[in-house]
Each structure stands twice: as structure tokens, then as C-alpha cells.
Design a protein around this ligand. Structure first.
Ligand code: ADP
Ligand code: ASP
Ligand code: MG
Length: 408
């Protein structure tokens, strides 16, 4: 007997019919003699609908109320899927974040899980029932409802699989696995059979939303085998697993694109020690994570001025934009400039460690399409380029096919 965790994304619970399908799949798994825990997302489109309502009332709504609101989407799905299982003659019990007790910190809208109490889930399973858990939500020490950030049901699923030491965590989504790039952007994208945690981590952090980044971090830390697959068929999907040699044979495994960042330029900042420390210290104090950073040497000689450029998420920009002018002045700068029409395209692959010239090839492929590169960042297994947003899809296709990732 195995313990199987199955997570169903928005489209997999997008209608009552899809919920019946989820119920059928869970019951079929149980009939094979396994214990089944289901994690559900909100019905497709529901989270967006709720967030839009909040934004209609307030341009920057209170994060605490946003979470109380957004968490309702998953509550609806959990109850309906439990009912669908019972309607098919099975036994099920829905559990919300606070009922399981998924304890998180109090960083509303992007909370992190601190602990999971597995007692109620185990009791439910011991009774022969299927536990249907609302994804995305938790509760902080004070009893406030929190959510784990967009795509957070993936993280609920993997964290619960880790806590229960499940044999597998199946992620059912609207594509049949992890592809070499977003199949909705690049028609020649190919399904990957196996991918390492490390590569998946990079792809997720660089914009491939098929798995939330935090879920991959937890999977890697606790070595949870993750199987990304579709709820529309029984076809095997992609296994996210520990690195093995065969995975290193390909230089580039995938291409990702992120359009959720904006670029900020702090103009004519004095080029002397301590300035960037103060600038980024101020951003850190406001809990704003910064991604790419570029600082040129000063263009007017010793103790001259230089621009400091960085990228941050558009959501964080909306929060701190009103303070940027003040911040720029505080560090002796002459104001700031914002560009939200940017995209970050990235190539990822373990094989890059042992292959030279990969970055050069990427720049060449972009140059051939006349796409200007505004910033570059690299790590051992990835290269990212910042470009104008209007070229994002073109860049993804050109890189994907240029590195030979297309279907053969
Ligand atoms: P769910 O609602 O099931 O959580 P998401 O919309 O969060 O589904 O994630 C699935 C989507 O991720 C796909 O529809 C696809 O457009 C996108 N995606 C981006 N990059 C990739 C990739 N490399 N492989 C598969 N899907 C990807
Ligand atoms: N419903 C949430 C979202 O749309 C969480 C999830 O689906 O994973 O972001
Ligand atoms: Mg998702």
C-alpha cells in the first residue's frame, strides 16, 4: 500500500464535470489499495476574479483581507470535490488550511509554511476516507488566514507529501508534463520525461509557472518524487527527481520567460562606497527582493556619477513606486526611471557546467533577430537576458529551436 498525494490545478477542477473526473481518479487510486490525499486549487479563473474585485475597491488592498478573500476559492473546490467523491459512493472529508493546521508566517499573500500537523489527515486516512485539502492557504500564529502566493497549491501539495512521507506527489495540470518551454508559447516544445530538481528549480524561478518555485525547493530538500501530469488522460508525465548522469548529456534542457518584472533605473548616483548598500538596504527593509542588478563604472571620472539599474516584481514595484523618488534623492541620485515593458528570457541546463560558449550562442541567436539585450545574469546552470517585452515570444521560440530543443 502506498500513500499518494494528488494535486489538481484550476482547470482540473474547473467545472462539476472535471470535479467528477477528479473524484473518479482518486477513487480508482484508492481501489488499488492506496491511501489518497487530494489537494485542490480554486476553479480556473476564480482567484483572478476575486483579486480583481479587491482591486476595484482599493488600488493597493490590505494584504490580510486579500488572503481572507482569495482563500475562499480553494474552500469551494475542497467541499465540492469531497461531495463529488461521496456522490460516487466513496468517503471523503474536506480540510481547510487551519483545520489541517498548516502553520505559516504572517507574510500575507506570500506566506511560507512553518509546520504541518498531519494528525487530522492521518485520522481521515485511517477511517478509509480520502482527505481533500484546500491548497494555497494556511494560518498564522494569530489565527489569521494566509495564502502562499500565486500557484501556491503546488507548495501545499509537496509540503504535505513531505510531511506524510508520501510515496509520490502527483501534480495534475492542463499540460501533460514539464516541457522544454511553455507549450502555449512555442508549438515545437517537447515533453521532458525526467528533469532534475535543480533544473526545475531554475525553470520555476525564471518564469515556468508549471510548478511554483517554493514547491520545487521543498521537493528537493525532502526528496519528494514529483510527477507532473495531466488529468485529461492516463499518459505518464514528467518525473522531477534527483540528478543523474544521463540528465547531463544535454547542454540546454529548457527555456523560460518571465514578464512579471519591471526595470528601475536610479539616475546619476554618486559613485562611492556605501551608496548601493544604502539603496538596496532600504529596499530590503521594505521586503522587496531585487533580481538583476547592473551598476556601471562612473562616466565622469573619479567620484563621478553612475546609474544603478535593477529589476523587481511588478507587484513589489506597485507597492514602493511612490517612495522611489525619495530613495533616489536619499542616496544622492537625480531621480529614477521605470520600464515595465520588459521580459527576462533564460536558458537552463545542467550540461552548461561542462560546455563553453553557451552564453555566446544565446546572444548570437538574439542578435540574429535584432533583439537588444538590456542586462545579463548567469549562474552555473542558467543564462538570463533582459529584453523588451514585445520580443518575448519571438525570443523564446528562437532560443528553443536554436538550441535544438524542438520536437524531431
Ligand atoms: P495549474 O492551474 O494546474 O496549477 P498553471 O497554469 O499554474 O496550472 O501551470 C500550467 C501552465 O504552465 C501551462 O498551461 C503552461 O502554459 C505553463 N508553462 C510554462 N512553462 C512551462 C513548461 N516549461 N512546461 C509546461 N508548462 C509550462
Ligand atoms: N488558486 C491559486 C492561484 O490561482 C493557487 C493555485 O492555483 O495554485 O494562484
Ligand atoms: Mg499552478
Amino acid at each position: 500500500m502506498a500513500l499518494v498525494v494528488q494535486k489538481f490545478g484550476g482547470t482540473s477542477v474547473g467545472s462539476l464535470d472535471r470535479m467528477r473526473n477528479v473524484a473518479g481518479r482518486a477513487l480508482a487510486t484508492q481501489a488499488l489499495g492506496h491511501q489518497v490525499v487530494i489537494i485542490v486549487s480554486a476553479m480556473s479563473g476564480e482567484t483572478n476574479r476575486l483579486l480583481k474585485l479587491a482591486h476595484e475597491l482599493a488600488p493597493v488592498p490590505s494584504a490580510r483581507e486579500m488572503d481572507a478573500l482569495a482563500a475562499t476559492g480553494e474552500q469551494v473546490s475542497a467541499a465540492l470535490v469531497a461531495l463529488a467523491i461521496e456522490a460516487q459512493g466513496g468517503q471523503a472529508r474536506s480540510l481547510l488550511g487551519h483545520q489541517v493546521r498548516i502553520l505559516t508566517d504572517d507574510a500575507f499573500t506570500k506566506a511560507r509554511i512553518k509546520a504541518i500537523d498531519d494528525r487530522r489527515i492521518r485520522e481521515t486516512l485511517a477511517r478509509g476516507s480520502i482527505a481533500v485539502i484546500a491548497g494555497f492557504q494556511g494560518v498564522d500564529e494569530e489565527g489569521n488566514i494566509t495564502t502562499l502566493g500565486r500557484g501556491g497549491s503546488d507548495t501545499t501539495a509537496v509540503a504535505i507529501a513531505a510531511a506524510l512521507q508520501a510515496d509520490v506527489c502527483e501534480i495534475y495540470t492542463d499540460v501533460d508534463g514539464v516541457y522544454t518551454t511553455d507549450p502555449n508559447v512555442c508549438p515545437s516544445a517537447r515533453k521532458i520525461d525526467r528533469i532534475s530538481y535543480e533544473e526545475m528549480l531554475e525553470l520555476a524561478s525564471l518564469g515556468a509557472k508549471v510548478l511554483q518555485l517554493r514547491s520545487v525547493e521543498i521537493a528537493m530538500k525532502y526528496e519528494v518524487p514529483v510527477h507532473v501530469r495531466t488529468s485529461f488522460s492516463d499518459a505518464p508525465g514528467t518525473l522531477v527527481t534527483k540528478e543523474d548522469r544521463s540528465l547531463e548529456e544535454v547542454t540546454v534542457t529548457g527555456v523560460a520567460c518571465d514578464k512579471n518584472e519591471a526595470k528601475v533605473q536610479i539616475l546619476e548616483v554618486p559613485d562611492r562606497p556605501g551608496v548601493v548598500a544604502r539603496l538596496f538596504g532600504a529596499l530590503a527593509a521594505r521586503h522587496v527582493p531585487v533580481d538583476m542588478i547592473i551598476q556601471n563604472t562612473s562616466y565622469t571620472g573619479a567620484l563621478g556619477a553612475t546609474d544603478v539599474t535593477f529589476t523587481l516584481s511588478k507587484t513589489d514595484l506597485a507597492r514602493v513606486e511612490a517612495e522611489l523618488e525619495g530613495l533616489a534623492r536619499e542616496v544622492g541620485g537625480q531621480g529614477y526611471r521605470v520600464d515595465s515593458e520588459i521580459a527576462k528570457v533564460s536558458i537552463v541546463g545542467l550540461g552548461m557546467r561542462s560546455h563553453a560558449g553557451v552564453a555566446a550562442r544565446m546572444f548570437e541567436l538574439l542578435a540574429q533577430e535584432n533583439i537588444n539585450i538590456q542586462a545579463i545574469s548567469t549562474s552555473e546552470i542558467k543564462v538570463s537576458c533582459l529584453i523588451a517585452a514585445r520580443y518575448a515570444e519571438l525570443a523564446v521560440r528562437v532560443l528553443h529551436d536554436g538550441f535544438g530543443l524542438g520536437a524531431t
